[in-house]
Design a protein around this ligand. Structure first.
Ligand SMILES: Cc1cc2nc3c(=O)[nH]c(=O)nc-3n(C[C@H](O)[C@H](O)[C@H](O)COP(=O)(O)OP(=O)(O)OC[C@H]3O[C@@H](n4cnc5c(N)ncnc54)[C@H](O)[C@@H]3O)c2cc1C
Length: 379
């Protein structure tokens, strides 16, 4: 059978690998003229690492040994139980450059079956099969379509039709500092919680540090006259070391800014001969660092379901039973985490930080079980 995948991001390529391993002929259609990822880091939690292992993909990641949660004055609130996490879930917590992950997936998928500059406008189907539609109205025929085309998925629009994603009221700047002089413990990361804001910094392989700053902001707000760097200094210039140093050490033109979106969880991701994976299925805010990890889980689960089932509808049913509740729970947890960061009332901030400090480690781990523990879908 022939699978047509719309979107050649993390979800699309990972699904392409899984479906080929399940015996399918696979074509991936990516709208960009080249495979590219933005200059930022990604946290790969044990569930993401487990899925990459199942896909046979090796990545150049930096294993995290230590994460501190601090307040915006630099006082440590919690030392995150990273060692306990990797022991409990059997895989390390790592940080990878997005481009390195995409390259590793692209190498494993190979050039055959990858179509660049192919912007999919939708799909059409009848008893004979299903076809992806290109903007010039030409079609490509196959047996099933997978929408891996991200948060504004054209496939989802046609399948579910639930409108635009929802702006959560926060914006995020991201960058990479290329200096050895930043005082951040090797293999370590720090999250600073402020009033309606957050800053984080994590080591990447090759002596780089990935950082991100989050504040509340109106949707689509323009950068100030001094650009992103000046805006960051305005918001985070008084935060503890190494925050101002990281902003100063980053190339101004490479700083990214994105508004944060998600969608209310869907009750179903599939129709006749079509299903969704990754952000097309379950876009979530980045606060749990789980979007890509969930996309990798989708890929493995869909591949396994298609291998085991005797019909497409049975396979999609199996896939959704394994993935829908788990992914939707992470969407809800991520949104809750975003709301926690958006607290800007000083008294409520103190309460939030006190709660963080008082939370027993075993409760943190139990909360993470829902996301990080092995699922029957991935093994
Ligand atoms: C600030 C931020 C930080 C994050 N940090 C983490 C983290 O630490 N850990 C983690 O696991 N996740 C993280 N995520 C989430 C993660 O980035 C996403 O969940 C992941 O990239 C989703 O991959 P995807 O392939 O589903 O979608 P995308 O990455 O959006 O890829 C979709 C692809 O489809 C293509 N496409 C779109 N429309 C069409 C079309 N019509 N036709 C053809 N091609 C099309 C696009 O060009 C793109 O290549 C973060 C997200 C953000 C915004």
């Amino acid at each position: 059978m022939k699978a047509l995948i719309a979107g050649g991001g993390i979800a699309g390529l990972a699904t392409g690998i899984a479906l080929r391993d399940a015996g399918f002929e696979v074509d991936v259609f990516e709208r960009s003229d080249e495979l590219r990822e933005i200059g930022a880091g990604l946290m790969i939690w044990p569930n993401g690492a487990r899925a990459l292992h199942a896909l046979g993909v090796t990545i150049n990641s930096l294993t995290l040994r230590h994460i501190s949660i601090c307040d915006w004055r630099g006082r440590q609130l919690v030392d995150y139980p990273i060692k306990a996490i990797s022991e409990r879930y059997g895989y390390e917590v790592g940080f990878v450059h997005r481009a390195d992950l995409l390259t590793a997936l692209a190498v494993r998928f190979g050039a055959e079956g990858l179509h660049l500059g192919a912007d999919i406008s939708g799909y059409e189907y009848d008893e004979a099969g299903i076809r992806l539609v290109l903007p010039d109205q030409t079609t490509v025929a196959g047996d099933l379509v997978i929408g891996a085309d991200g948060v504004r998925s054209a496939v989802r629009r046609q399948l579910i039709g639930d409108g635009d994603p929802e702006y959560l009221g926060s914006t995020i700047w991201r960058g990479i500092a290329t200096t050895d002089s930043i005082p951040l413990a090797a293999g370590g990361g720090v999250n600073w919680f402020g009033r309606g804001s957050e800053f984080l910094a994590f080591h990447l392989p090759n002596h780089r540090i990935y950082w991100a700053g989050v504040t509340k902001a109106p949707r689509d707000e323009e950068a100030g006259v001094g650009g992103h760097k000046a805006d960051l200094v305005k918001h985070f210039g008084q935060w503890p070391d190494p925050v101002p140093g990281l902003i100063a050490a980053s190339e101004a033109g490479a700083i990214l800014r994105n508004d944060m979106y998600d969608r209310a969880p869907a009750r179903c991701w599939s129709g006749d001969r079509v299903t969704l994976v990754g952000d097309a299925a379950h876009p979530m805010t980045p606060n749990m660092g789980q979007g890509a990890c969930q996309a990798l889980e989708d890929a493995v689960a869909l591949g396994n379901s298609l291998k085991r089932a005797t019909s497409l509808s049975m396979a999609f049913g199996l896939y959704e039973r394994q993935r829908l509740r788990r992914a939707n729970r992470v969407v809800a947890m991520s949104r809750q985490a975003t709301r926690g960061i958006q607290i800007d009332n000083p008294i409520l901030c103190v309460l939030r930080d006190t709660f963080m400090r008082a939370l027993p480690q075993r409760l943190v781990l139990r909360t993470l079980d829902a996301t990080l523990a092995a699922s029957s879908a991935v093994g």
